[in-house]
Design a protein around this ligand. Structure first.
Ligand SMILES: Nc1ncnc2c1ncn2[C@@H]1O[C@H](COP(=O)(O)OP(=O)(O)OP(=O)(O)O)[C@@H](O)[C@H]1O
Ligand SMILES: [Mg+2]
Length: 229
């Protein structure tokens, strides 16, 4: 569903992502793990089309979107949940959801997002800027779902959340996978990520140093070697 090949990213003169290749099938979850500065966020932003210094090939469901600007890639089925649960602070909860709305097979709409996150329904008229971190994270995930994506890229969605919210979020991501979406999950919280992942890609200095089935990655020496755990 998501095929990336030869992805290179430069910030000005500094080259930070090197010939990166990754593939995520529909219904599969690939965890992108690595230390601070390894290049996880840059990889996701390069795939979404937000970095002018990115080059390489990005395909969504077999369609080459490499030359498309970010808004067109979004319409082609890539949803992006940025780190820090960034929402539009001056828009309400409902407006944040509706702005991303697009028809699609999965049938996500406002009502279903509210079923999934009942807390958000009670806040529907509130400005996103006034929500708590956990509420904004739900809103950011809900907004991504509203576009009925084929591919979801999540950047540290558990960051700053209470443990109980982390658990339900990870459970939710596992359920989403079952709807056939291809998920790329960048996480510092490797234990949580490996709980729902099918495979793990370990990044180091802008490259994928190792890829393993998640079952093999749990408790392996790779965690120690690459993540320093
Ligand atoms: N806007 C920028 N300009 C220049 N260099 C940048 C920029 N953003 C990131 N970098 C550099 O690119 C490299 C990868 O950063 P990136 O944010 O992708 O890492 P990360 O794996 O997401 O880290 P973290 O776990 O801290 O979020 C780092 O060396 C970083 O300093
Ligand atoms: Mg990051």
């Amino acid at each position: 569903m998501l095929d990336v090949a030869g992805l290179n990213v430069r910030y000005g003169k500094s080259h930070v992502i090197f010939d990166l290749e990754l593939h995520v099938a529909g219904g599969e979850l690939l965890a992108l793990l690595g230390r601070n500065g390894a290049g996880k966020t840059t990889t996701l932003m390069g795939i979404v089309g937000l970095l002018p210094g990115a080059s390489g090939r990005v395909e969504v469901a077999g369609r080459d979107v490499s030359r498309w600007p970010a808004y067109r890639r979004a319409r082609s089925g890539i949803a992006y949940v940025p780190s820090g649960a960034r929402c539009f602070p001056n828009l309400t909860v409902v407006e944040n959801l509706e702005i991303a709305s697009a028809d699609g097979e999965a049938g996500w709409n406002r009502e279903r997002v509210f079923e999934l996150f009942p807390k958000l329904e009670g806040l529907r008229g509130n400005l996103a800027g006034g929500l708590s971190g956990g509420e904004r994270q739900m809103l950011a995930v809900g907004r991504a779902l509203m576009s009925n994506p084929k591919v979801m890229l999540l950047d540290e969605p558990t960051e700053g959340l209470a443990p109980v919210v982390v658990h339900s979020l990870i459970e939710l991501v596992g359920q989403l996978k079952q709807t056939g979406v291809a998920i790329l999950l960048a996480e510092q919280n490797h234990q949580m990520a490996l709980r729902v992942a099918d495979r793990a890609a370990f990044m180091e200095k802008g490259m994928i140093a190792e890829q393993l089935p998640a079952a093999q990655a749990r408790g392996s020496e790779v965690l120690n070697r690459i993540l320093g755990i």
